[in-house]
Ligand binder design. Sequence first.
Ligand SMILES: *[C@@H]1O[C@H](CO)[C@@H](O)[C@H](O)[C@H]1NC(C)=O
Ligand SMILES: *[C@@H]1O[C@H](CO)[C@@H](O)[C@H](O)[C@H]1NC(C)=O
Ligand SMILES: *[C@@H]1O[C@H](CO)[C@@H](O)[C@H](O)[C@H]1NC(C)=O
Ligand SMILES: *[C@@H]1O[C@H](CO)[C@@H](O)[C@H](O)[C@H]1NC(C)=O
Ligand SMILES: *[C@@H]1O[C@H](CO)[C@@H](O)[C@H](O)[C@H]1NC(C)=O
Ligand SMILES: CC(=O)N[C@H]1CO[C@H](CO)[C@@H](O)[C@@H]1O
Length: 822
Amino acid sequence: MARSVIFLWFVFFIIGSIAIDVSHDGRAITIDGKRRIIFSGSIHYPRSTPEMWPHLIQKGKDGGLDAIETYVFWNAHEPVRRQYDFTGNLDIIKFLKTIQEQGLYTVLRIGPYVCAEWNYGGLPVWLHNMPGCEIRTANDVFMNEMKNFTSLIIDMVKQEKLFASQGGNIILAQIENEYGNVMSVYGDAGKAYIDWCAKMAGSFNTGVPWIMCQQSDAPEPMINTCNGWYCDSFTPNNPNSPKMWTENWTGWFKNWGGTDPHRTAEDVAFAVARFFQTGGTFQNYYMYHGGTNFGRTAGGPYITTSYDYDAPLDEYGNLAQPKWGHLKQLHEVLKSMETTLTHGNISNIDLGNSVTATVYATSESSSCFLGNANTTTDASIGFQGSQHTVPAWSVSILPDCKNEAYNTAKVNTQTSVMVKKANKEEQKPLNWVWRTENIDHLLLGKGHVFANQLIDQKRATSDMSDYLWYMTSVDLKEDDPLWSDNMTLRINGTGHILHTYINGEYLGSKWATYGVFNYHFENEVKLKPGKNIISLLSVTVGLQNYGAKYDVIKSGIPGPVELIGRKGDERVVKDLSSHKWSYRVGLHGLENKFFSLDSPSASNWESNDLPVNRMMTWYKTTFEAPLGTDPIAVDLLGMGKGIAWVNGQSLGRYWPSSKAEEDGCSNDPCDYRGPYDSNKCVTNCGQPTQRWYHVPRSFIQDGENTLILFEEFGGNPSLVNFKSIVVGTICGNALEKKSLELSCQGHPISAIKFASFGNPEGTCGSFQKGTCEGINDALSILEKACVGKESCTIDVSEETFGSTSCAADDPRRLAVEAICKI
Ligand SMILES: *[C@@H]1O[C@H](CO)[C@@H](O)[C@H](O)[C@H]1NC(C)=O
Ligand SMILES: *[C@@H]1O[C@H](CO)[C@@H](O)[C@H](O)[C@H]1NC(C)=O
Ligand SMILES: *[C@@H]1O[C@H](CO)[C@@H](O)[C@H](O)[C@H]1NC(C)=O
Ligand SMILES: *[C@@H]1O[C@H](CO)[C@@H](O)[C@H](O)[C@H]1NC(C)=O
Ligand SMILES: *[C@@H]1O[C@H](CO)[C@@H](O)[C@H](O)[C@H]1NC(C)=O
Ligand SMILES: CC(=O)N[C@H]1CO[C@H](CO)[C@@H](O)[C@@H]1O
């Protein structure tokens, strides 16, 4: 017994440490000498929870991914210089091991600049505040810190033997990120910096190739890679580098005031298929699971708390169908062609009107693509003895060059319509208690720090809080040239949000919007003779994460702050910018952890006279969590803007009073044809930008739970409620000869609402019978096969549904709408 245990341990030890050789040639990444097609998907560990990781990664694996890609988030791990946090959802080693346990590879994009709509692009603000530091250029202070953090991560990973060269699963690593987009602004120092990055990365001896994305001059042996919505026309800068796509944007992110972006499954599949048609061999979905910007991690400014990204897995971790399934089928087909795609001779045949055939031929077999990039016209192509219809903006894949195994525009996967389900216990309204955010001493102008200038908010707060008070006083005599009955306070701010108070009275607020860097606050003020106190609360909503020298873009109030007096036509302007200003970082309630259940001041809440629409107010309630395992969201409709916590854990910023722009949505179904951009196929116009906030199951306990809200703008909590997110309806619309899988993702199918085999019309929710139909009763066939089951698979064929009178050239389809039991 003992001996066999030792023996097993020995075998495990040997297997566990067998080095995997990762290299590349001009065609592909090679793993142990074999050229590979690699599908990868981005999942950022801090945007979910350790409890969610195994499920997300499993769903990626089921969807046909070979690898998970993540950035490393420096400012999360080192919030204060040399003080590290690798706990909870920042436990990167645990995340990497979870990927390894599922048998997938990892692509580790260390950056450490990451962009990613992440606060300040992932760089710590203390770095910006270090004397003499210049970020992302040949600057010793910066490079020393970057090297220090990068070495730390590499050491941690090596310690756990996670690089493929050590027997682990990390096959590629990335240094810097999209620097090529901004490098010219940095001049020669930029070039020196990127060369230094390459040299430093090489010096780590990780034994795996390094990549640089969007870096057309990536120095050897770095592989330069492409990011974008399409990368078919990308060519690496070295014939020995394979064609790799590190960011295929599966959708887009959302900003406060913006609409919900959607990128169709057909268009994502088209982009991927074209990439492989044109010689690509490594492809990563950005994002595969977008997730949630918990706490203060959202970048921007003005990136929302939800980072759903319209990715194949939605924010809550559910399969976003049909995207997930349509891509899974694409991966299967391309994988079946791995040998021809990575070894075959490539020949292209231009068929005109933007139609191209591509043949990958080895001596044993060949595989073909028929790509139609024409945005409006379907193509009818006679190719190698058979006839093919290739819809506009689609690619047909013919693994044997004869039979179409997949077309990017023909979706044979179910569509899932998600619903929010109320739970029984929660029908009764929540009981709220409240307390005031105490700002009295700030309205009196009493801060902690003084300066005779306006300080950049990043510098004053080191980004430890969204909130910074700027306070000053103005002594006015009635004979002051400024004095008049009609005075104005004018402030040039970058915000992102400003609340102003004069002599203890609220005066007004102002904020900019996404993509706009400045606002001008201008309000009439009533001043009094003698001392007047001006208190300004400046609030950041995620620091800039992108652009050349994005790091020095000012936050807070750069000034000028001016008082303007008017006497008749005469204007007197008094600039207060270099007055004596006093500062205070943060809020009283945040400092005293009102959101924490074990804070010493946790008991001082009031239950009477619940205020509504009152600024600077804390609210607290208890709730029973919805039972079961379905994901949970809290509806914050009615609230203004603030921060939400469940059982002391931050859900992130909320801002339901921010409405998405009115224009840009259309009632017409989204046309997948033509180049995508983030303004295409948007929804949610005129609605709250984000009304629902993810409450991870792991934040919840059995029995009573606590929700605490800090309301900055003023809101009404009476509508707040919790729901679980489940699949409500599923629709299928599959072509003959395909098999259609229907699944309610963890719940049984309770009824079939519609089923027809033939030429049914309409879309999910409005299917109608067409002019021809199979003679067997499709509805009862589906009922028999599916009702009561969690999933079922239907063979879409005449054998199943009987003969039809459909015209021979009219492709027959099965349309189904089924209801899930929720
Ligand atoms: C990082 O800097 C600290 C000093 O601040 C030093 O002790 C440590 O060795 C450095 N780490 C590396 C990997 O250079
Ligand atoms: C698309 O097809 C139409 C009709 O054949 C043709 O007129 C047009 O030039 C094509 N467009 C492109 C970009 O090839
Ligand atoms: C690929 O092309 C080369 C050069 O034209 C030729 O020598 C080789 O035999 C071809 N291989 C196959 C499998 O067709
Ligand atoms: C104060 O001056 C502004 C700017 O000239 C003007 O628009 C406003 O009507 C004036 N208000 C009063 C009360 O006179
Ligand atoms: C307002 O502040 C921004 C950012 O510092 C600056 O670029 C701009 O010139 C200022 N505007 C005025 C009117 O001073
Ligand atoms: C150039 C650019 O915007 N790059 C970004 C592309 O995609 C995501 C946006 O979601 C960013 O993380 C990239 O850095």
